[in-house]
Write a protein that binds this ligand. Structure first.
Ligand SMILES: *Cc1c(COP(=O)(O)O)cnc(C)c1O
Length: 427
């Protein structure tokens, strides 16, 4: 299979090339030239998450240098579960936070790392992955590449603007993973990374790559947990499962939408945002108007210009069909707080602020059918928000606890490109 750019001005690429490149040379996002069509029959006898992932992803790897390694890559990336927990009211919580850094991004980051480490095998030069993060991405990427030969990770995060546990996590890997705490905002961090990636002179001396959510190596594998959950539901009931998904850059939600398009038994996909309401405004009939993000309790979704929107437009070239295809609801901080408290009182389950947006959006619509909410992070990652609301402690899951028990170190850095560049070149 070949991959083309959403902007149509770049040569087609193999999957390996598209994964190594990140962004297409014309500034667009890579998408498959055509979409495969699978049905539940293709998954017969496939029960486990890695098996379902490999079956689902096989057509995308067709003819690629990594094709023979796909089973091994899936076994490596999907080595923790994505269980569906049922609340008393029947709503499912698809728990995507059982990985090493307790957020759904572990799946995509680990899959990407498994691909890149194979693509780099035998390369003589060290590859530097630069990543700007508001918390979860940096941890997932750091964790995924930690200890892999031939690759180092440099994480930039806004000093003082991530939760204490998130900050500790980012600095706790060590070895080939370096954390820089930047005197500035997330946007400043992002700008430094973009400038480095576009700096040809720097790249000639220090090969750089990114690992952000537009990478196909993160997007495609995220289809797997929706596929596996929907197939299990279909096998049990003969019906499609609907999903409510907390959304920022549309990476996680787009994976679900893609899985549905390919033929998995997925019904409606409800898009929940925090107060950053670019998507709800669009789906309510307004124009698509990206703007600067505002800070919310669900900080991993503080996005004013969802980067995967371009892929959604590619999937739905007809704008009316796109608008009719989805519902999107914006949930403010007050409703996030209320939902965290309510779910605790009613069901005895602690949820993270991101998950709360999707539960609130779903509850506000009172829709028919079977629904599962993507629970994108473990509540213990956001303990300073969740614990006071539920009046109880939330114990970190074992992998997160192990990371928090390690010493952490992050280098302070001004928001200055010359400084960043010097650090990449000389250390
Ligand atoms: C990144 C993240 C999201 C948003 O995911 P997108 O793919 O950017 O839409 C939601 N919840 C959590 C916990 C996250 O870390």
């Amino acid at each position: 299979m070949r991959f083309v750019s959403t902007r149509g001005q770049a040569a087609s690429a193999t999957l390996s090339q598209a994964i190594a490149a990140g962004l297409a040379p014309d500034g667009g996002l890579y998408v498959p030239e055509s979409l495969p069509r699978l049905s539940h029959a293709d998954f017969e006898g496939r029960e486990s998450l890695p098996e379902i992932a490999a079956t689902l992803l096989r057509p995308f790897f067709d003819g690629d240098a990594l094709a023979d390694a796909l089973d091994a890559i899936c076994a490596q990336a999907f080595d923790f579960p994505a269980p569906l927990r049922r609340l008393d009211d029947g709503t499912g919580l698809l728990e995507l936070f059982h990985g090493p850094t307790a957020a759904f991004k572990d799946f995509g980051a680990r899959f990407l790392a498994a691909c890149i480490s194979r693509l780099r095998a035998g390369a003589s030069e060290l590859l530097t992955i630069v990543v700007a993060t508001s918390g979860d991405t940096g941890a997932a990427v750091g964790g995924a590449f930690h200890g892999l030969p031939g690759v180092r990770v440099v994480i930039l995060y806004p000093d003082g603007r991530v939760s204490p546990r998130q900050a500790h996590q980012l600095g706790a890997f060590g070895d080939n993973v370096r954390a820089l705490r930047v005197a500035g905002s997330f946007d400043d961090c992002q700008a430094l990374v973009k400038r480095a990636l576009n700096d040809g002179e720097l790249q000639a001396r220090v090969p750089l790559s990114s690992a952000n959510s537009i990478s196909l190596g993160r997007l495609l594998p995220q289809m797997s947990y929706y596929a596996s959950t929907a197939l299990a539901h279909w096998r049990e009931t003969g019906e499609s499962l609907n999903f409510a998904i907390p959304t920022g850059n549309l990476g996680n939600a787009l994976a679900c939408i893609l899985a549905r398009r390919i033929g998995l038994p997925i019904g409606e996909v409800l898009l929940a945002t925090n107060a950053n309401d670019v998507l709800p405004k669009f789906f309510d009939g307004g124009a698509y108007e990206p703007r600067a993000s505002v800070t919310t309790l669900a900080n991993a979704m503080d996005v004013g210009a969802p980067s995967n929107f371009e892929r959604l437009r590619w999937l739905y070239p007809d704008e009316d069909a796109l608008r009719e295809g989805f519902r999107s609801i914006s949930v403010d901080d007050e409703a996030i707080r209320e939902t965290i408290s309510e779910v605790w009182t009613r069901h005895g389950v602690a949820i993270c602020p991101h998950t709360a947006t999707a539960i609130h959006a779903l509850d506000s619509l009172a829709l028919d059918g079977s629904w599962a909410v993507a629970a994108t992070a473990h509540p213990a990652k956001f303990e300073t928000i969740v614990e006071p609301l539920i009046g109880d402690l939330v114990a970190p899951p074992p992998a997160l606890a192990a990371l928090l028990a390690r010493p952490a170190h992050a280098e302070p850095m001004p928001s200055d490109f010359a400084d960043f560049r010097a650090r990449l070149e000389h250390t």
